[in-house]
Write a protein that binds this ligand. Structure first.
Ligand code: IMP
Ligand code: MG
Length: 192
């Protein structure tokens, strides 16, 4: 079989192996379940990047919960504005519910901050952020992160749902595509 990952990615550059991901996601599931025991919680998974993390986190939850999905896309050339377009909205109202915003990675923080504001306008009981990865070195807006899987350095990562030009989401681990994000990525229109 032709090597699907051809020359663009070195599969040796594993940042987080599959077993560490599973362990950590399971810990997060326990922690969140304890915090929300007896409460009504909805996981709001951001498409597309967080769909695999959200699926694993949902299975690690020990309490009754629901899941809903929101799709977003940055406007072309507007990544740094933090204004995103909602391409798929939630199916159900979050009014009065405890919302857990499930993100793949928080980089500058602009996207999550916009989503936090948007969700808070819908009258939820609470909104907390849960991100698998935190690239805090690049943060430009302060954000309260209640649950974080891993702190990572300023590298561009793919796998476990995360992409580069829509590819590599199927890697079971998190790999480093290259040392840092290029300016061309920052200008690219993306859908997380
Ligand atoms: P932020 O608004 O800068 O925090 O961007 C967050 C979004 O950018 C994430 O939800 C991802 O979709 C994308 N992103 C940021 N860093 C990476 C990365 O290293 N790999 C893949 N996607 C990334
Ligand atoms: Mg995303």
């Amino acid at each position: 079989m032709k090597n699907f990952f051809h020359n663009e990615i070195d599969p040796q550059k594993v940042l987080i192996p599959q077993n560490r991901l599973q362990e950590r996601v399971s810990e997060l599931g326990h922690e969140i379940s304890q915090a929300f025991d007896g409460k009504d919680i909805v996981l709001v998974a951001m498409l597309k990047g967080s769909f695999i993390f959200a699926a694993d986190l949902l299975r690690a939850m020990k309490i009754s919960c629901t899941i809903d999905f929101m799709g977003i896309s940055s406007y072309a050339g507007q990544r740094r504005s933090g204004i995103v377009r909602i391409t798929k909205d939630l199916d159900d109202s979050v009014a009065g519910r405890n919302v857990l915003l499930v993100e793949d990675i928080i980089d500058t923080g602009l996207t999550a901050s916009y989503l936090l504001r948007t969700l808070k306008q819908r009258g939820p009981a609470s909104v907390d952020i849960c991100t698998l990865l935190d690239k805090s070195a690049r943060r430009i807006i302060d954000l309260p992160i209640a649950y974080r899987g891993f702190e990572i350095p300023d590298v561009f990562v793919v796998g476990y749902g995360m992409d580069y030009q829509q590819k590599y989401r199927n890697l079971p681990h998190i790999a480093i595509l290259r040392p840092s994000r290029s300016s061309e990525d920052q200008l690219e229109s993306g859908d997380g």
